[in-house]
Design a protein around this ligand. Structure first.
Ligand code: BGC
Length: 750
């Protein structure tokens, strides 16, 4: 059961949710889980096909526009639709209506979705129509569908399919989390209906083109007709037969970013190379076998949670961009929420999974960010900085896309988050070339931002007027998270120049032109970074004023008032001690050497009481820190919230797309939470614990040349080097394993 997600509901609300849950993708292309034939009764649908990073620019209109507010925004576009397959059997339309039984499965082991409709037709007898579809992991441009039509007696069948370029994005003016306008952004450039159906469209502003070519084949003799018009190319098959007929349909997507001006040619070539549906299915299965083998992640004792874990990892894999122009949208490629933008979600919540299991993808994600360094420098100048790089809060191709600066541009911490992930990559891989080619430059430019943003006063380095991760507390002085992350950024920027070989340092200096005393100033700012602390509570204060505010009465707030952001003006929220998500507690997770144990524990306990978890980025952090402080059962309860958040639609907006950061958080909560893993300057560390409900938990991670398997059982932990050799710590004990070595250690009941 845990390899599959089954949901046969057909009420409007769940159908919309299922469009996200059953979405298929491969990091380049994403197709929502819409029905080929659409819904009956005009039920609402967000019919969507997306290409990662394929966007248009739209104007932002402000009531009052101040200096350096972004003028345009980028929007991931719903592109050409090739999902449609309509069918009549003996003149009656095939639709998953009430009279029909429907079984719908997402198969995460094999990477496809299957929908079986069956009913009794008076003339044709028992009738079954099976739709299968997959978005290929091995040919990224390919979306392939197969329909099996089986009738007991002879029936006349008519099938029609379309490639439709006349598409729009979804909009909802009342929800800040989805777009409010600019729905139609594509013009039709070309439509052809011959052996192949093809449509090319172009964006209004960003001058990008997208193309889809589609071909089909049917297993029974049938008459084929084609037609075209209004941005659509169509084909139809008619046949009369009994028994089984199989239709296969291959659709290839190309775009300017990846295929230059060879859109149609590339699609035609790729179509000519396509094998059967079974071959595509096999290739998909092979790819996923390797993925599941490398990550393993199994728990024994709870099939529902295991299903949630698989589901979340599967969607992470489906969503991660693997090329120079793309990253991981906050909603993956499963919906239009947050308009396909990339946030800090990638670096802090999702990147670790890729870093420890698929370092090539991790590297690509960092290279994408690095490619935006010049845009980040430009943005810093616009905002008023004389030096450094300020990464945009949300973006696709580098421009700041947040129109609400208090919870957007002001989240300067994103620059330190990106720096943090670059450092983590270096710690895990130890790649000297990475230090030379990417790390030092990125850290230098972000360190310069902190020097230009902060200032020394009364012997301490302060950073004023920024917003930390908690979006219910905006524009504050000395947000602990930001200051601690900036401190780490500055310290490492200085360290990089010392780690570089002299000739490399010299070469890089030609480009970056370090000023006299610049590195010393970074070190001094890091050493004297002000980290607000409250003596009475024994905790780090979230910022200079947070603890002076009135505490929001969460217990007295009616359930329907959550998430608070949809019911209270931001200023009301800002005036209270109330957090949308982990902030100080997250800093303690990322930088556990910045504070002592007692402070971290008290902070965890204090902030837990004022946190709503209105953002899905919160539970996993509290889960990890609960485990860190020995409250394993609490950690387990928080973990349940992350593992099934989308499957159970607990945030009630899964219809707009999946919560990818939370999905990364599921992996974090297991590996960094229960297994207590940390990547530290001193190396790899584990402090494992296991929730009572589980018999065991196992996972695999890569560390340099090694592949390590970790198995937690009730009373012991087993470490095994499956590839290479490595040294790490289990609490204070140093363990060295050579290929094939296994070490078993009793679990500490902390
Ligand atoms: C969270 C942010 C997050 C964004 C995108 C917001 O609700 O508060 O931290 O980056 O969603 O997931």
């Amino acid at each position: 059961m845990s390899w599959q997600l089954v949901n046969n509901d057909r009420n409007e609300e769940q159908l919309l949710v299922n469009e996200s849950l059953f979405a298929l993708g491969n990091g380049f292309l994403g197709v929502r889980g819409n029905f080929e034939e659409g819904y009956s009764d005009e039920k609402k649908s967000v019919r969507g096909t997306y290409i990662n990073a394929f966007h248009d620019s739209t104007e932002i209109t402000y009531g009052e526009k101040l200096h350096a507010f972004p003028e345009t925004q980028q929007k991931l576009l719903n592109v050409i639709d090739s999902q449609t397959i309509l069918m009549t059997i003996n003149g009656r339309q095939v639709q998953a209506g009430e009279a029909v039984t429907m079984e719908r499965t997402l198969d995460m082991e094999r990477g496809l979705s299957i929908r079986v409709l069956s009913w009794h037709d008076e003339e044709a007898g028992k009738t079954t129509v099976t739709f299968k579809r997959l978005v290929s992991f091995t040919v990224k441009e390919l979306f392939v569908q197969q329909v099996e039509i089986e009738t007991e007696r002879e029936a006349s069948v008519h099938i029609s399919m379309a490639v439709n370029g006349d598409v729009s994005n979804f909009s909802d003016p009342d929800d800040p989390r989805v777009a409010s306008g600019h729905a139609k952004r594509l013009t039709i450039e070309q439509v052809d209906a011959g052996d192949i159906l093809s449509v090319t469209c172009r964006t209004y502003e960003s001058a990008l083109s997208v193309h889809c070519s589609s071909k089909s084949a049917i297993s029974v003799p049938a008459e084929r007709t084609v037609s075209s018009g209004e941005g659509r190319a169509e084909e139809a098959y008619s046949y009369t037969s009994s028994g089984k007929a199989v239709l296969t349909r291959w659709s290839m997507y190309t775009d300017t970013y990846r295929h230059g001006d060879q859109l149609e040619q590339t699609a035609a070539r790729l179509l000519s190379e396509c094998g059967s549906f079974t071959e595509a299915e096999e290739a998909q299965h092979e790819y996923l076998k390797a993925f599941w083998k490398d990550t393993l992640l199994e728990i024994e004792g709870d099939p529902e949670l295991q299903q949630g874990i698989r589901f979340n990892l599967f969607h992470l894999l489906q969503s991660a961009g693997r090329d120079a122009v793309s990253n991981i949208p906050a909603k993956g490629l499963s919906g239009e929420g947050y308009e396909g933008h990339y946030f800090w979600d990638t670096e802090i919540y999702m990147f670790p999974f890729f870093l420890m299991t698929r370092p090539d993808t991790a590297r690509q994600l960092l290279k994408y960010r690095f490619s935006l360094l010049n845009a980040a420098k430009k943005r810093a100048r616009e905002v008023g900085h004389t030096k450094g790089a300020l990464f945009p809060w949300r973006t696709i191709s580098g421009g700041e896309c947040s129109a609400f600066f208090p919870a957007g541009t002001a989240q300067y911490h994103i620059s330190a988050d990106i720096a943090y992930s670059f450092i983590q990559y270096y710690l895990v891989t130890g790649e000297k070339a990475f230090l030379r080619e990417y790390l030092t430059e990125l850290l230098t430019e972000t360190a310069r931002l902190w020097m230009d943003t902060g200032h020394m006063k009364d012997g301490v380095f302060r950073i004023d007027d920024v917003t930390g991760p908690d979006e219910y507390t905006c524009i504050v002085n000395n947000n602990f998270y930001t200051n601690a992350m900036a401190q780490y950024n500055l310290k490492w920027a200085a360290a990089c120049w010392e780690l570089l070989e002299a000739k490399d340092a010299q070469a890089l200096n030609q480009k970056l032109e370090l000023e006299e005393g610049e590195i010393a100033a970074w070190k001094e700012a890091a050493e004297r970074m002000y980290l607000p602390y409250d003596e009475k509570l024994g905790i780090h204060a979230q910022d200079d004023t947070f603890l002076q505010k009135k505490v929001w009465d969460l217990a007295a707030t009616p359930k329907e008032k959550f998430p608070l952001l949809l019911h209270y003006h931001p200023l009301t929220l800002y005036r209270y001690q109330v957090c949308k998500q982990a902030d100080t507690v997250l800093a303690h997770f990322l930088l556990e050497d910045t504070a002592d144990e007692a402070t971290m524990k008290h902070s965890y306990e204090y902030y837990e009481k004022v946190t709503t978890h209105d953002s899905s980025l919160s539970y996993c952090v509290f889960s990890m820190m609960a485990a860190r402080h020995g409250d394993v059962e609490k950690a387990y309860r928080y973990f349940i919230e992350t593992a099934r958040l989308d499957i159970d639609n607990t945030h009630q907006n899964t219809k707009d797309g999946l919560h990818l950061a939370n999905m990364g958080g599921t992996w974090l909560a297991l590996v960094y939470g229960f297994a207590g893993m940390r990547v530290k300057e001193s190396g790899l560390l584990f402090r494992p614990v296991l929730p009572k409900a589980w018999k065991s938990m196992s996972f695999r991670i890569r560390w340099r040349e090694a592949l390590l398997e970790v198995q937690l059982e009730k009373e012991l932990v087993r470490y095994e080097a499956l590839e290479g050799s490595l040294t790490f710590k289990h609490h204070d004990e140093t363990i060295s394993l050579k290929l094939g070595d296994t070490e078993e250690i009793p679990l500490r009941l902390s």
